[in-house]
Design a binder for this molecule. Structure first.
Ligand SMILES: C[S@@+](CC[C@H](N)C(=O)[O-])C[C@H]1O[C@@H](n2cnc3c(N)ncnc32)[C@H](O)[C@@H]1O
Length: 418
């Protein structure tokens, strides 16, 4: 094991610069952490991958270092955000004028089945949808109709930027209190749909664009560096064998965190219906819904099966049923992803992962240790591990888990495998 590595804390702190807090994406990590990882472990890797790319911290930092990058995520919302983040700071001076133009060309688009109606009155939804269509007509296709945007993979970074401004507008207007990041959204009661005056919608949109422009990537940015961002599943990556020189990533948490529902407002902008949303949730590693794919515990290695046994034997309700299935499903998805990473990574390439431990009732879930054990079966070996103490977790905020643990802290670990 190496002991010479001193990673900066991966957590994005509240005082973080614009670049880190660019889009408050749940569970984003700091760019300083990615920089350090690439500088020390893969300074000359020709390609860097994040198979769980989220808001795209890895891909933007790699590109800033002129290392070609691949970023995949099952959630199309994140692909749009990650691409917007690549926009060069050079366009900053044009953003306000473009936002005004988008707003000026936005004429209400009424749709009976608009997913924005989840929160908004027909008029407000039509006004928000107008902004979407206007972005498309001005920046993607002047003949766009009100059909669903088909392909987020080929959006320009400028169009992605304005989509992100609209995401931010919708999220802020739909949030009961702005600044929170709800992972569960409530539909307003009948007759209480949000009615937001047109003027407010437009002001919010222009303000969101202006704020995001402030945080655009500032460093010298070589636009010739290839960055490929696409919707994709960590278990089936569209890459060739041994193609990747380094991976820096944070897999989904093992806390029943629902990354699909967490982005409901953004998915509504992309016109995701309930059926699309449940399909997406089913495709996510760590999804709280049980997808029915099963794998026996032993094939996941000694550490995972010991943990699963403790969960199964726990006397509390649903331990044997739902919770055993949930955790098994999480580790089976991690197993399949690690197998796929082994395939696409060059033999000596480092895999840097940020993972948090957790508890099921009073049973410790050593996610970093279990993942390292599963990885061993795929020919990775543990090169280093550095732990950071964090004081508040999603699990810790749940009143029912307080019955078992007073302390709501967790350990976030950086695990280096090779
Ligand atoms: C912890 S977040 C990554 C955060 C990222 N490091 C950042 O800085 O924003 C995990 C991401 O994994 C994605 N994800 C979940 N299941 C996936 C799968 N099967 N394949 C690819 N991505 C997936 C989620 O949508 C989420 O964006």
């Amino acid at each position: 094991m190496r002991t010479d590595l001193t990673f900066p804390n991966p957590k994005v702190t509240s005082g973080a610069g614009n670049q880190d807090s660019w889009y408050r994406y749940y569970a984003g990590y700091s760019s300083a952490f990615v920089k350090y990882s690439l500088e020390t472990l893969a300074p000359s890797a020709r390609t860097v991958l994040d198979p769980w790319n989220g808001s795209g911290t890895t891909t933007v930092v790699a590109a800033g270092r002129r290392q070609a990058a691949f970023g995949f995520d099952v959630n199309p919302v994140t692909v749009v955000i990650a691409r917007a983040r690549l926009l060069g700071a050079g366009v900053q001076g044009s953003i306000n004028a473009l936002a005004a133009d988008v707003a000026g060309h936005a004429h209400p688009v009424r749709m009976t089945d608009d997913p924005l109606r989840f929160w908004f009155s027909p008029d407000s939804a039509a006004q928000l949808r107008a902004l979407e269509l206007s972005i498309r007509r001005l920046l993607i296709d002047s003949a766009a109709t009100d059909e669903v945007l088909q392909d987020v993979n080929s959006l320009s970074s400028l169009a992605s930027f304005f989509y992100t401004a609209l995401f931010r507008t919708v999220r802020a207007l739909a949030s009961p209190t702005s600044g929170t990041n709800p992972t569960w959204w409530k539909r307003p009661a009948a007759g209480a749909a949000l009615r937001i005056p047109k003027k407010v919608i437009i002001e919010r949109f222009r303000a969101a664009a202006a704020e995001l422009a402030q945080g655009l990537h500032r460093e010298a940015f070589d636009t010739r560096t290839s960055v490929k961002l696409a919707v994709g599943d960590s278990r089936h990556l569209p890459l060739s064998d041994d193609e990747v020189g380094a991976v820096v990533t944070s897999p989904p948490y093992c806390t029943r965190m629902d990354y699909g529902i967490a982005t409901r407002p953004e998915l509504a902008v992309l016109r995701f219906e309930e059926a699309d949303l449940s399909y997406l949730r089913g495709a996510m590693v760590g999804t709280p819904t049980i997808t029915g794919e099963d794998q026996d515990d032993d094939s996941l290695g000694a550490e995972a099966s010991a943990f699963l046994r403790k969960v199964r034997e726990h006397p509390s309700a649903a331990s044997q049923g739902y919770y055993t299935k949930y955790f098994r499903q999480y580790y089976a998805a991690m197993d399949a992803s690690l197998k796929e990473l082994r395939r696409v990574m060059a033999p000596d390439a480092p895999l840097v992962m940020v993972v948090q431990d957790g508890y099921y009732k009073n049973v410790h879930n050593d996610v970093p240790g279990i993942i390292a054990d599963i990885a061993r079966a795929h020919d990775f070996s543990l090169e280093a591990r550095q732990d950071f103490h964090i004081s508040r977790t999603i699990g810790g905020m749940n009143p029912s888990s307080r019955q078992y643990r007073k302390d709501s802290s967790a350990i976030e670990s950086v695990v280096v495998l090779r």
